[in-house]
Design a protein around this ligand. Sequence first.
Ligand code: BES
Ligand code: MN
Ligand code: ZN
Length: 540
Amino acid sequence: MAANKPTTTRNPKFRLIAVSHKYKLSSSNYSKRTFYKAVMIKINQKIEQSLNHKTECLILPCLEVKKPTGLLKEIDDNLQGAVSAAIKNKRFSGKPNQTLLLNSTGSNILLLGLGKAKEVTAEKIRQAAATAVKVLEKSKFKSVAADLSAFESLGKGKSGRYGELAGAVAEGAGLALYHFDNYKSKDEDDPSIRLEKLTLLTTSKTQKTAVEKSIARAEKIVNAVHVARDLISHPGNTVTPTYLAEHAKKMARKNKITCKVLGKKEMEKLGMGSLLGVAQGSDEPPALIVLEYNGAAKKKAPTVIVGKGITFDTGGISLKPGGGMDEMKMDMSGSATTLATLELVASLKLKVNVVGIVAAAENMPSGSAIKPGDILKSMSGKTIEVLNTDAEGRLVLADALTYAQRYNPKEVIDLATLTGAVLHALGHQAAAVIGNNPAMIQKLKDAGEATGERVWELPLWEEHEKATKSDIADLKNIASPGVGAGTTMGAAFLKPFAGDQPWTHIDIAGTAWGFDRPYTNKGASGFGVRLLLNYLEKTH
Ligand code: BES
Ligand code: MN
Ligand code: ZN
């Protein structure tokens, strides 16, 4: 029984408001389950007026400075030289993510460093915006505004990067203010104050239009990442394979996506002995969730995204140690990313064909569980000697990857919290990518740089593949002791199931949880959603 009824998730009430001088827009584009709203309200046009805009605190993004000029100078004059003093005393110089909160009666201002003009990127802005709203939330502000005039000088053309960078503010702030308090009872005395409103101040109609568009997009992106974070954050007694399947069906119904769920019987018919082997130790029935989004011509080969959906990984009979085992509720992060990406791609109406396949099961030790030494027959016909029941991710993925071949895919990407070893290799900074197509990997690396969801390639050589051969079956699910290269060996096992088309395995065990960015929080990051969106947009 689930501890709480998993019907709704409580998300931050955070609203984002673009402000322009002329236009008052109705609230028609309020969407129901979003974290902030894009609305236009009336405000004076002049830039100086942003100082007078009624807000608890004005965020003022600044490039690196040696002495206050422009708006900063005005503020300095208003605050009796507080800014120049801070610069002089090295308390503020505009370095990336540096903040300085200036308090004075009636006008709180947060100076926010963006670094050097030449080095400003969308990712830097996301991080800076995230840093700012976190500082302000800690300082108990509820409603703040940001002046975007620093973006006016950046990039080519009149409104060159203004819209893009405003979007990055919205994305970074929206991501940073995620809180998962679904299971906390409402406590009237709870002193925690949440930042609920961020107003972006614009000074022209062109800017307003650009910002409005960027906010609408950022809203969808943040929403999708938060869908993934919610799914990952819920405990294993809420998010079961059945829950994932129900979520997928509901999500598909709301979007232009078709959804099919294969249960145990259907999987048995297909001979998915590898996935079923993992599931057999649990009372929770497994599910193979298949989502299809057609944004391009039907005959165009799809990109297939495959997600590991182990809703709880105890290790099975090769039981994990008790300490920290609770975190293994996140072992379905690959599937959360897959589901959220499909939803995002559909809501942004990308002109691509994408198939999402989620292999969902729970890995439990029990009288019916698989044992070390057991041999499973996969859907591909290949037999697998299970030498460690804790290497279950590759077992469920093997059958899901075989199933993916039905689509004659253009390319296959699998996402999985597959190995603890990736934490040794890359920590919480990047996911590992391993595949059979260097061009595809390069494109994923580019998408990683653009979104901040970095990926780093590890090799997969013939020698690694040889180390997956079993003495008595076709494959074994772990290599002999001493082979090492844990993350690569996971991929080496998957390769024979992945097909000959371009394929990349992304090991997100170090980034799905505890991803180290200003816009993430302690737990679930939703890593991969923004990466895949960028990849799909750039490659189609
Ligand atoms: N789900 C784990 C990997 C994992 C570890 C995810 C830490 C997130 C954080 C996976 O199923 C697993 O147990 N992998 C084993 C593989 C080993 C038995 C070859 C591991 O990494 O120890
Ligand atoms: Mn495991
Ligand atoms: Zn696992």
